[in-house]
Design a protein. Structure first.
Length: 182
């Protein structure tokens, strides 16, 4: 692994622990045992570093979903995906993506192109997972659109303080996904 990748992993770990909002070069450099100049040398600027961190968390999230065992049905797969969303590394990776979106970073360059590419890889990964769970390839894109958007919404739900209510909602979503699968 080269020095840039080592630094990116360290910064990503720091962001997963402390959040993305308010990230500045000097404090993060000090926290990971390097200098802000070294970060600038490897990433050019803060924007490029943040974009790389968001992409790295997406890579980690993709790896976590790819490692999930196949479920016996689309419904079971969606429920298993929700369970994985609530544990690490997916919980933290999704939080970083949501923080980047909430601060408007993903809507403009230099983030927009990177976000689109990351989203395409994430969607393809979810499609692969749901096909492994029995979704027909001809319908999986539609299922992923529904499931991905809804699970992000459940992940961000701040009004429901009863996890069992969210679980019921997720299972309703899973039933709908199963119905779309045919």
């Amino acid at each position: 692994m080269n020095r840039r990748d080592e630094l990116l992993d360290l910064v990503t770990d720091h962001v997963l622990e402390h959040g993305l909002i308010g990230l500045t070069l000097r404090p993060v450099a000090a926290a990971i045992g390097t200098s802000d100049r070294m970060l600038i040398y490897h990433f050019d600027n803060r924007d490029a570093l943040v974009s790389a961190v968001v992409a790295r968390t997406n890579e980690r999230a993709i790896a976590a979903v790819a490692a999930l065992p196949s479920a016996r049905s689309v419904r079971a797969g969606v429920n298993a995906l929700w369970a994985a969303y609530q544990t690490e590394p997916l919980n933290g990776c999704l939080d970083v993506y949501c923080q980047a979106a909430a601060t408007g970073l993903l809507g403009e360059e230099p983030y927009l192109s990177d976000a689109r590419a990351s989203n395409a890889r994430w969607s393809a990964n979810l499609q692969d997972y749901l096909v492994r769970c029995g979704a027909p390839p001809r319908r999986v894109r539609r299922i992923v659109t529904l499931v991905d958007s809804a699970l992000y919404g459940f992940h961000l739900d701040l009004a429901t303080d009863r996890p069992e209510w969210l679980a019921v909602g997720v299972d309703d979503l899973a039933r709908a996904a199963q119905s779309l699968a045919g």
